[in-house]
Design a protein around this ligand. Structure first.
Ligand code: DQA
Length: 149
């Protein structure tokens, strides 16, 4: 019998998220990106999903990943590009894939400039302020979404 191909989730971590663990721990916590990625991979494997996880500080790499790679669902923490990047917004629109925007911190509780996201109105939903759980809940939501679409 022909094997059904696995759904693929792409997780993108934007600029400076490689510094998690040592970067402003009062805001972002003490866990590292490796800790988060390990848990995401475990959760994906349990649910028979393929997962690809990329961190980049470069806007162009992020745009290329969004628009040139194959996936069924995108989970993205655009980090600082959330507030500045028309290119990331346009890439999400261009790729036209179900997408969840995540943030570790609650961007609405912080400086004024962080309250504006250029991507929130072009994604399915936003999870903000729950630390690493923002990612885990996004993955859970993507699993449910893909099952019921
Ligand atoms: C962030 C919030 C952004 O404002 C900030 O620039 C980040 C991380 C978050 O996950 O809380 O780098 O996206």
């Amino acid at each position: 019998m022909k094997q059904k191909t696995k759904n693929k989730i792409l997780v993108l971590h934007g600029p400076n998220l490689h510094l998690l663990g040592k970067r402003e721990p009062d805001i972002y916590g003490r866990f590292t990106l490796t800790d988060i990625n390990k848990e995401l991979k475990k959760q994906a494997q349990k649910n028979n999903l393929a997962i690809s996880i990329v961190q980049s500080n470069s806007e162009s790499v992020i745009v290329d990943k969004i628009t040139k790679t194959k996936y069924d669902f995108l989970i993205i923490n655009p980090a600082a590009y959330t507030h500045t990047s028309v290119a990331v917004r346009d890439a999400i629109l261009g790729a036209d894939k179900p997408t969840i925007e995540v943030h570790l911190s609650n961007i609405y509780k912080r400086e004024e400039f962080r309250k504006k996201s250029l991507v929130s109105d072009v994604v399915l939903g936003v999870i903000t302020g729950l630390g690493p759980n923002s990612y885990f809940l996004a993955l859970d939501a993507s699993i449910r979404f893909l099952k019921h679409r």
